[in-house]
Design a protein around this ligand. Structure first.
Ligand code: PEP
Ligand code: MG
Length: 536
């Protein structure tokens, strides 16, 4: 084995070996340059460059993950907005070339939006696309394009939706210096079944062209390592036809629903309805909503379907709900808190969901995201009942709602734990923060013990509780959750088979034992290692 080994957080279980492809953008695209052309000529160059680049990006991303495509589309809409080109005009009049004026306009735009962390990360994505526009104008490659031949491990500080949308068959693995288990990179790699190690300090020091082993099971990257050095992926041999607890799918729209129906998922545990609207600039009408919910419900896999009402705000900006600037958006107006200012939309969404349930006859529960008080839950429950929805649940994403669960007896039909947000609020660690990946590690004892607490409280309420955060896609954690008494997990369609197989290979007694080991650990590494040792 070789000398260099980097540790990080593994995504997926399969290992991969390939040559390092460092994804860095040439500085030349960002240079400020002046032009001898007239401002009108440069304005027309800028308009053509934006249109051509946007069309190219739409083409390339046509086959990529639907969520990534939605995010890209939202970015392209900002870039194509004539307002932005208007903002570039004064710079063109001062003699700047089209790319320089575009970068300056984006800076001005970013300044208007303040220092909102999430927005700044979107600006970084926008600058990534602007770099490509600049490369087109100046005739230089904005960033090295990933070769279509060969076997590459993409190494970068972090990856934007634009970059992940360009992955083809030659990309076999990913290593990022930053990012965490719920970062965009991790979610996309999981969806594409690409092995990755994120939050790997020192990644950018890897040498282009050197061969590395990406070992997600071992949470490491090894220079010169071979597949035989990889931490053995656990093999689970099913002992029964059905998993110990129900495995459902997480979906964001029709395409995901169709994909999920081809897996062994028993229904849908989380339909993220906001994904339908990430690029919608006007509010969808009631009829439009009914039509899109009906097509998703019809395509979804057989079994129960849990729909979440719109969870906009923070990391999920939805243009038609003009949320405005917030100092601290993850702690701001998001999830069910939007019902206060956008009550009409909340009501129209519930009416549309009720109509879609009626039209399809599917067994559907509807839940609210981001609730933290008894009053919020009661008001959501009342709104659902007014709309004719009878199976009402909530997501468990805030520490406060766990404490008041006993006061919700008789109101709710189910609970679903969103470990992505629950982690960020338990640890006060932004889930998108590139440097806080370790605090958002789902093996953190603080998170595991909180999940266990929710199960105990749900037993007193006599209602089922599922987990629909990214953590459930880890087969070992799904076993730990089953041992806690969780009754269903919901995971990305690409993870359904691995999680179902793991859950079909263990007895309730083994799951219980795994959960006790996890609860006894005082660090994430210890929790993962002791549970793994049980099955390794
Ligand atoms: C979660 O928070 O765990 C969750 C499933 O919701 P989202 O990732 O959409 O915020
Ligand atoms: Mg959430």
């Amino acid at each position: 084995m070789s000398a260099t080994e980097l540790t990080g957080i593994g995504v997926g279980s399969r290992a991969a070996v390939g040559e390092v492809f460092l994804l860095e953008t040439s500085d030349a695209v960002y240079e400020h340059q002046s032009t001898k052309h007239s401002p009108a000529e440069e304005a027309s160059v800028l308009a053509t460059a934006i249109a051509t680049t946007a069309a190219g990006i739409r083409d390339e991303s046509a086959t990529s993950d639907p969520t990534a495509r939605e995010i890209l589309e939202a970015l392209l809409i900002i870039l194509e907005d004539p307002e932005l080109q208007e903002m570039a005009k004064p710079y063109l009049s001062e003699g700047d070339d089209a790319p320089t004026a575009l970068f300056k306009a984006l800076d001005e735009f970013a300044e208007l939006m303040g220092d909102d962390e999430e927005f700044l990360s979107r600006v970084a994505d926008l600058r990534g696309i602007a770099a490509r526009i600049s490369g087109w104008v100046r005739g230089i490659a904005a960033g090295p394009s990933i070769p279509t031949e060969g076997t590459w491990i993409i190494v970068a500080e972090d990856l934007t939706p634009l970059e992940t949308s360009q992955f083809g068959d030659s990309v076999v693995g990913v290593v990022t210096e930053l990012g965490g288990p719920t970062s965009h990179t991790a979610i996309i790699c999981r969806a594409l079944s690409l092995p990755a190690v994120v939050s790997a300090k020192g990644a950018m020091t890897l040498t282009p062209g050197e061969s590395v082993l990406v070992d997600p099971e071992g949470n490491r990257v090894v220079s010169g390592g071979t597949l035989s050095d990889a931490t053995q992926a656990l093999t689970f041999i099913p002992q029964s036809d059905a998993p110990l607890i129900t495995v459902r799918a997480n979906i964001g729209g029709l395409e995901d629903a169709t994909h999920a129906a081809k897996t062994s998922a028993r229904g849908v545990g989380l339909f993220r309805t906001e994904v339908l609207y990430l690029s919608a600039s006007r509010e969808p009408t009631l009829d439009e909503q009914v039509a899109s919910y009906v097509e998703v419900l019809k395509a979804a896999p057989a079994g129960k379907i849990i729909i979440r009402t719109i969870d906009a705000g923070s990391d999920k900006p939805v243009p038609f709900l003009a949320l405005g600037h917030e100092e601290n958006p993850a702690l701001g107006v998001r999830g069910f808190r939007l019902a206060h200012d956008f009550g009409d939309f909340q009501k129209s969404q519930l009416a549309a969901l009720a109509a879609a349930i009626d039209a399809t006859g599917r067994d559907v529960g509807v839940m609210a995201p981001m609730v933290s008080t008894v009053e919020e839950v009661k008001s959501f429950h009342a709104l659902c009942h007014e709309a004719g929805i009878t199976q009402v649940g909530i997501m468990i994403e805030t520490p406060a709602i766990i404490q008041v669960l006993p006061d919700l007896k008789g109101i709710l039909s189910f609970l679903s734990i969103g470990t992505n947000d629950l982690s960020q609020y338990l640890f006060a660690a932004d889930r998108m923060h590139p440097q806080l990946g370790a605090l958002n590690n789902p093996w953190q004892p603080g998170l595991l013990r909180s999940v266990k607490q929710v199960v105990e409280k749900a037993q007193d309420l006599d209602i089922p509780v599922g987990v629909c955060g990214e953590s459930a896609a880890n087969p070992l954690l799904s076993i730990v959750f089953a041992g806690f008494g969780i009754s269903s997990v919901s995971v990305a369609p690409s993870a359904v088979e691995a999680v179902s197989t793991a859950l079909a290979s263990v007895s309730q007694k083994q799951a219980k034992q795994a959960s006790l080991l996890a609860l006894a650990a005082s660090t994430p590494a210890e929790a993962e290692a002791t549970v793994r040792a049980m099955f390794g």
